[in-house]
Design a protein around this ligand. Sequence first.
Ligand SMILES: Cc1cc2nc3c(=O)[nH]c(=O)nc-3n(C[C@H](O)[C@H](O)[C@H](O)COP(=O)(O)O)c2cc1C
Length: 343
Amino acid sequence: MSWISKAELVAAVSKAGGVGILATGPLNAEETRAEIQKVKKLAPGKPFGIGATLLMPGAAENAKVALEEEVPLINVSLGKPDWIAEEAHKYGGKVLCTVTNAEHASKAIDNGADLLMVTGHEAAAHGGDVTSLVLVPSLANQFPDIPIVAAGGFADGRGLAAGLSLGADAVAFGTRFATTMESPLAQHTKNVIASLDSTEMKTIYNKNFDGIPARVLASPAAIEANRKRQAFPVVMWRAFKAAQSMGIPLWKVIPGLLTQYEKMYAVAQFGAATEAIMAATVDGELEKKGVQFVGQCQGLIHDIPYVDELVQRIVSEAKQISQDNAIKFGCHYDDSNKQSYGT
Ligand SMILES: Cc1cc2nc3c(=O)[nH]c(=O)nc-3n(C[C@H](O)[C@H](O)[C@H](O)COP(=O)(O)O)c2cc1C
């Protein structure tokens, strides 16, 4: 959640009882260290994590900073977590790997993952082909010894209760936390996501935007950007421009691009998307070039609450639903909230 999951939002989530995860995609090593230290200051002693999308230039350096800072949780995606896990385990840190299928999950576990972020088709950005309703229980069955965080499509107490029922140990909320008061997402983009017009139907999922199947808000600019696979020279040019605007030296981008053609195209396309994401996320521009990652759960989001209020609401809804369901199944609760089975 580049430019969104910054220290303030991460600290708010961790203080509210969750585990905020800092996005480091657009940050260099120095900025990553400053943001980590800010989270520690804003939410002292609270658990938090950082994201390391290893396909992005600079991600490995940022992960090294997180290891030096002994960040409790490192969320690795699009890359091998082995060296991160080895270092994190030395100080008791844990590695959470984002996976979209059983093959990913198996490789992640073999390479040191402690937990899996199982990301379904509904998710913002890079969810897989299978919906959370099937993917979460399937991976929970196949990997019973590893804690699972369900991601993709969860936005309220019903989602939390459902995710836990599906076999997850925790549930992740991306689009929902992006649409809160503490989120630095551009106000216009927040308003669009929370509006009644932005239903679960108003997203696009395909690989033309950044080279990996990704879900974005169906804004005019996104419809255009997803229309067709862009020509290679255009992608390269936009990737270099994006790297330049983020202060990433070209010598760091080029080696990654030169490994092989398809990979080169994919990495370049990934980088090229940066400009469009920034326009939507930072400037709130959705008409001409801004493309916003968003999940189908935008159809469930109709307000912009403070994080603490939201977390309390989600937890109390989930508890109520669990109690209502228990009653439907013939159980009842006594005053001490202990579950007992009825006749
Ligand atoms: C605005 C936004 C930006 C995101 N950016 C990234 C990203 O750069 N890399 C990534 O792996 N996931 C990214 N995600 C996906 C989240 O990490 C998470 O998997 C997803 O939001 C969960 O689905 P949900 O939105 O339905 O809750 C992003 C999500 C949002 C809402």
